[in-house]
Design a protein around this ligand. Structure first.
Ligand code: NCD
Length: 337
């Protein structure tokens, strides 16, 4: 594995290696001194063409915990706003000695273009491209699911197993992914990764928010949230943000009113009561409280939303470690400098 671009490209062995490495990284993060020397001397660039809070900070924290130097490049306020092309930006970063590029872009496929361009010869990690993919988010979701559902099922809110889900198995677990699937790279990445890990995914959304072609994905599609929660009894419910910025750019009209969306697709206290004792609730953030998820649901003991954020750091440490540490140059003993 040279790059991390798309969860559909990950084999079961690769996904399992990343998740097991994440378990080991997570174990180091409960120590008093969290920093490891693994990537000392390496430079990681956060190349962000689209707004982000948790993903950029999470990658930065992960790289720093591995002792790498981090350069944060955001398109706003850079030469990109003067019209510089991706090629020239990439050549500049390469000339400055970047060892890995973490890229978020509003255009689907942009990190793939960079990885295959030959402009840089370093690992490219996709941190979210348009409405296409967000592989590290799906990996942190899978890691969170493994911690809670990967072994014996215990009531939600109890302490997850101490081994961080090392070697855990999601085979046969049922995950409902609910909401704005159309605009969600998180949903796409999760469908393919969870399928590879042996779990069953049902997408639940109004027909207007299911993308064309979704029927070819390895999942089930449903339109009635109450029926899915009551009849299918998922082990986890992953709520998606209603991406209003992408909806208004497309002229709106995806659902009649926010109130009606909440009534049909919002996760609230009443719907939480349908869930089995062990079932957990996820959301990638940022949340629209009161729209796709109520405050009671977001803050309940079933919610693992805050834990997802800390798991994000461990997953990104694992990805950086696996892509970068393999080719660390060992200093020679006869170094005369
Ligand atoms: C997601 C994203 O940016 O794709 N958020 C995230 O990475 N934490 C989901 C979203 O914006 O709704």
């Amino acid at each position: 594995m040279k790059h991390l671009l798309n969860t559909a490209d990950l084999s079961l062995a690769e996904a399992t290696l990343i998740l097991d490495t994440t378990a080991q990284m997570a174990a180091t993060q409960s120590r008093e001194i969290k920093k490891l020397p693994t990537l000392r001397g390496r430079t990681v660039v956060n190349l962000f063409f689209e707004d982000s809070t948790r993903t950029r900070i999470s990658f930065e924290t992960a790289a720093k915990r591995l002792s790498a130097d981090v350069i944060n490049f955001s398109a706003k306020g850079s030469s990109v706003s003067k019209g510089e092309s991706l090629k020239d930006t990439a050549l500049t970063l390469d000339a400055m000695g970047a060892d890995a590029i973490i890229m978020r872009h509003h255009a689907s496929g942009a990190p793939h273009l960079l990885a295959r361009s030959g402009w840089v010869d370093v690992p490219v990690i996709n941190a979210g491209d348009g409405t296409h993919q967000h592989p590290t988010q799906a990996l942190l979701d899978a890691f969170t699911l493994r911690r809670h559902l990967g072994g014996e099922l215990t009531p939600a809110g109890t302490t997850p197993d101490l081994n961080n889900g090392l070697g855990a198995d999601l085979t046969g677990r049922k995950i409902a992914v609910v909401g704005d699937v159309l605009h969600s790279r998180v949903a796409r990445s999760n469908v393919f990764l969870l399928h590879t890990l042996g779990a069953h995914v049902t997408l639940v959304a109004p027909p207007t928010l299911i993308p064309v072609g979704a029927h070819t994905w390895p999942c089930t599609i449903a339109y009635d949230l109450d029926a899915v929660l009551n009849d299918w009894q998922p082990d986890a419910v992953m709520m998606l943000r209603v991406q209003r910025e992408r909806m208004s750019a497309a002229g709106g009209g995806f659902f009649p009113s926010p109130l009606e969306y909440t009534r049909n697709y919002g996760l609230d206290a009443k719907r939480m009561n349908y869930l089995q004792d062990h079932a957990i609730v996820l959301h990638p953030g940022p949340m629209n409280r009161g729209l796709e998820i109520s405050a009671q649901a977001a803050d309940s003991s079933r919610s693992v939303i805050v834990e997802q954020v800390s798991n994000g750091v461990a997953v990104r440490m694992a990805v950086l470690y696996l892509l970068l540490a393999g080719d660390v140059q060992q200093p020679t003993t006869d170094n005369t400098l």
